[in-house]
Each structure stands twice: as structure tokens, then as C-alpha cells.
Design a protein around this ligand. Structure first.
Ligand SMILES: N[C@@H](CCC(=O)N[C@@H](CS)C(=O)NCC(=O)O)C(=O)O
Length: 219
């Protein structure tokens, strides 16, 4: 098999998505850990946006976690992680897009891209997104995964933020609100998945690492 390398960083939830996809599909890969505070001089040659994750597959490079994940699913069609029917694929992509443009965008803004006075409004926005997810899960999934009985790229796209939720709670005072029962059930199922457990980090790990980041730049 042509060698696969993934450029990753332990704290990066986007890289986490692609490592989980590789694991779920049983694709062997080499992990290259990048210190994002001290990037290698040639990193832009590997990653045009200067970000992780980047996938190297032989002579090809692919970046952006959701695009990497679809590339992997199409290139290695065994153990598919998207449904077959176009409409179901479209629905999966709508949820993946919601993760990127709403949930991860808002949580990122809360952690990095805002002033404390903006936080109450951003927290409201974040909680509203969680409620949209809760309703979506109730309506479209008979469980235990996002699209029903099988794990999919939707689960692998969302899960990494939940593994790090303790960071939002610790640094921004945002516990997961009560009343999101279906979402919490989904989280519990995803967290128990073998691929997830194999590389899971504890809340303490994330809090400590983000705490160290805070010393070097403003969280
Ligand atoms: N939309 C990108 C986001 C990737 C991203 O933001 N990665 C962060 C780490 S979590 C990064 O590499 N940041 C380095 C930088 O911006 O200098 C994806 O889904 O892959």
C-alpha cells in the first residue's frame, strides 16, 4: 500500500478527526507530530495554510480535515463512512458543514478569537448550536450514532470537540448544559468506540496543555 502520513498536533481537534477516520477504516499510517508553536521551516511546503492536519498519500497531499476524511473514504471504499444514497450523503454533509461553520467556529471564537466582554453572547450562540444538534439527533437518528446504527464521518467530525469540552468548561465556564440527553447519549457511545479509546486523552491532559498554551499566547 502507498504510504500514508498524517501531519497532526495532539491538541488539534481537526487532526483528531482524520486520525479517527484512518483508524476506523483500518488504514495504516505514519503520524508526524507538528509543534504548532514552533513549526518546521519547510512546513508551508507541506501545508499551504500552515495548519494541521495534512495527509500525504504517496505523491499527493490533501488538507482540510473534512476533505481529508472524504478523500480517505473514497480512496479506501471498504468500511464506508458515508451512506450510499445521495440524499443521505447530502444530509451527512450538511451536519459536517454545521460542525465546521457553526459549532467548531463558535467554540474556536470563544477560546481564541474574542474579548471577555463578547463571551456571554458567544456562549449563547454555542448553546443554541448544541440545541440544534440535540433536535437533529432526536429527529433523524434512531441511534446510537448520528446517522443511525452505523458510525459515520459525522460522528468522527463532532467527537473531538466533545473530548476537549473540559477546556471550555475550565477556561470559559461553559459546562455542557443540562437537558441535552440525546446528545450526551451520543457522546457516551462515541467515546466508547475502540478507535476513539485507543487515542483518547483525558480532560486533565487537555486542560494542562491549554494552560501551557495560555502562557505563550492569550487564550
Ligand atoms: N479547517 C481546518 C482547520 C485546521 C486548524 O485550524 N488547525 C489548527 C490547529 S487545531 C492549526 O494548524 N493552526 C496553526 C496555525 O493556524 O498557525 C481543518 O478542518 O483542517
Amino acid at each position: 500500500m502507498t504510504e500514508i502520513e498524517i501531519y497532526s498536533a495532539a491538541l488539534c481537534p481537526f487532526a483528531h478527526r482524520s486520525r479517527l477516520t484512518l483508524a476506523e477504516k483500518g488504514i495504516p499510517f505514519k503520524l508526524i507530530e507538528i509543534d504548532l508553536q514552533n513549526k518546521p521551516a519547510n512546513f508551508k511546503d507541506i501545508s499551504p495554510y500552515g495548519k494541521v492536519p495534512v495527509l500525504k498519500h504517496g505523491e499527493h497531499r490533501v488538507w482540510e480535515s473534512t476533505i481529508i476524511n472524504e478523500y480517505l473514504d473514497e480512496t479506501f471504499p471498504e468500511r464506508p463512512l458515508l451512506p450510499k444514497e445521495p440524499i443521505q450523503r447530502a444530509q451527512a454533509r450538511i451536519w459536517i458543514n454545521f460542525a465546521d461553520t457553526r459549532l467548531f467556529a463558535t467554540s474556536g471564537k470563544l477560546l481564541y478569537g474574542s474579548e471577555p466582554k463578547q463571551h456571554p453572547d458567544i456562549v449563547k450562540e454555542l448553546i443554541a448550536h448544541l440545541h440544534v444538534m440535540e433536535e437533529g439527533l432526536q429527529e433523524m437518528s434512531d441511534g446510537p450514532y448520528w446517522l443511525g446504527s452505523e458510525i459515520s464521518l459525522v460522528d468522527l467530525t463532532y467527537y473531538p470537540l466533545f473530548e476537549q469540552w473540559a477546556v471550555l468548561e475550565h477556561f470559559r465556564g461553559v459546562p455542557l448544559p443540562t437537558g441535552l440527553d440525546r446528545l450526551k447519549q451520543w457522546w457516551g457511545t462515541a467515546a466508547n468506540r475502540e478507535s476513539v479509546r485507543a487515542i483518547a486523552r483525558t480532560s486533565e491532559f487537555y486542560i494542562k496543555q491549554y494552560g501551557q498554551l495560555e502562557q505563550t499566547r492569550k487564550l
